[in-house]
Design a protein around this ligand. Structure first.
Ligand SMILES: Nc1ncnc2c1ncn2[C@@H]1O[C@H](COP(=O)(O)OP(=O)(O)OP(=O)(O)O)[C@@H](O)[C@H]1O
Ligand SMILES: [Mg+2]
Length: 387
């Protein structure tokens, strides 16, 4: 697929931008801080409903404006769809497809698929488990948009369950332990509902977990191959899912029903500790994906260059996986070439060059390898002009 037109209104530094795009390679070149990343960030936002740079929406809205609108004409085969998102920080975002009446933002997921490479990707390897969970969940959602609803359910249940546990923990600490009566009331927090919350959490959690496990299994050979293409002989790469329910309980888990049972069991076991600490201790929100390079985990062991290659390999594997589902995503390479040595630069460029649409940003033209010839746009002082 490709984006044929991108429009921004009050997005980041842009009051307005209208950018007609072609399939093939497009390179945005311009000085630091002039708005190159802002453009491709908008593409990523339409694909994932999130930014690769910030966790909240507020920074996406132009200073002084109330809301942003990002819009893209997406072409897939002989199908064209216009997707539009209105970003309202602190309030619900709004979405439209083909200018029709409003749909939920999550209904636009899956129309535009993209894989975005950026310097921030280093955090996939070196950062907290949350970075890797988001990587897995975003990719799983790109494959199965329905998962956005499951993720929202899980977050909601988790929040409510945590509130319940927290008030129970507070009550305990304030010495009202004696108040825990037969109904399970612990100083004001009605713990008798905890069983129901456990079931809700395990239900959504099992679905999320099943998708993640499928995804990791599918990604593993692709990530290994991609790493070898970028850094021949440097692997092997191993992706190991580490569940908070424990390795033993994770072993041999298959399918949603099975995982549901295992999660419930683990919640049952953790309950005493959870009531003491006032927080949910098991579930997909506490899991990690351990990235192994050879026998060692990349985090804490791999060199800077190896970590970079690893992050790129994960993105390349994501690209291959989405292609294998039959819908090739738009590739976005934000400022990645400047970070790479010349050999890896060439290899990466060769691997992405055949993509249906490749959007590249660079501050220096010479950083972009020669195989990525294509349309050039100059980005300067908030204007985007075909060079
Ligand atoms: N919400 C906002 N309102 C106004 N300006 C913003 C907003 N968010 C970011 N900016 C401005 O946008 C500019 C950054 O743009 P961007 O990150 O796209 O630069 P870039 O061209 O990619 O630069 P580099 O080459 O350094 O990566 C900064 O000057 C920043 O102040
Ligand atoms: Mg940039």
């Amino acid at each position: 697929m490709h984006v044929a037109h991108l429009s921004l209104a009050d997005f980041r530094s842009y009051a307005r931008a209208e950018v007609p795009l072609d399939p093939g390679v497009t390179v945005f070149v311009g000085p630091n801080g002039h708005g190159k990343t802002n453009l491709v960030e908008a593409v990523g936002y339409l694909a994932t409903l999130g930014s690769h740079r910030v966790a909240s929406d507020a920074p996406l809205v132009r200073l002084g404006a109330e809301r942003s609108v990002v819009r893209a004409q997406v072409v897939h085969g002989d199908r064209q769809q216009l997707v539009e998102l209105e970003i309202n920080p602190g309030r619900a975002n709004r979405a439209r497809i083909n200018r029709s009446s409003q749909v939920r933002p999550r209904d636009v997921l899956g129309i535009l698929r993209s894989v975005l490479f950026a310097p921030e990707d280093l955090a996939l390897v070196k950062g907290d488990p949350g970075e890797r969970r988001r990587f897995l969940d975003d990719l799983a959602t790109a494959r199965t948009p329905r998962l956005a609803g499951v993720r929202a359910d899980y977050e909601r249940v988790l929040k409510q369950r945590n509130t319940l546990l927290k008030s129970a923990a507070l009550a305990r600490r304030h010495g009202s332990r004696a108040a825990a009566g037969p109904g399970g009331r612990t100083g004001g927090a009605d713990l008798s509902t905890l069983d129901v919350w456990d079931q809700h959490l395990a239900r959504a959690g099992a679905e999320l977990l099943a998708q993640r496990l499928d995804l990791v299994a599918a990604l593993q050979p692709m990530a290994d191959k991609a790493y070898d293409q970028l850094a021949p002989g440097g692997g092997p790469v191993g992706l190991e899912y580490r569940g908070s329910i424990g390795d033993e309980r994770m072993a041999g888990a298959t399918g949603r029903e099975d995982l549901y049972g295992r999660l419930l069991e683990a919640l049952g076991e953790a309950r005493k500790q959870e009531i003491e600490r006032g927080v949910t201790l098991v579930g997909p929100h506490r899991d990690d994906l351990v990235l192994k390079l050879g026998p060692l985990p990349a985090k804490g062991y791999a060199s800077h260059g190896e970590s970079w290659s690893y992050a790129l390999a994960l993105r390349l594997a994501s690209y291959e996986l989405l292609c294998s589902d039959g819908r090739e995503p738009v590739l976005v390479l934000d400022d990645v070439f400047a970070e790479l040595d010349s050999r890896r630069r060439e290899r990466l460029a060769e691997l992405v060059a055949p993509g249906e649409q490749v959007l590249v940003t660079a501050a220096v033209d010479d950083d972009v390898p020669g195989v990525l010839v294509g349309t050039r746009f100059a980005v300067q002082d908030g204007t985007v002009e075909r060079a």
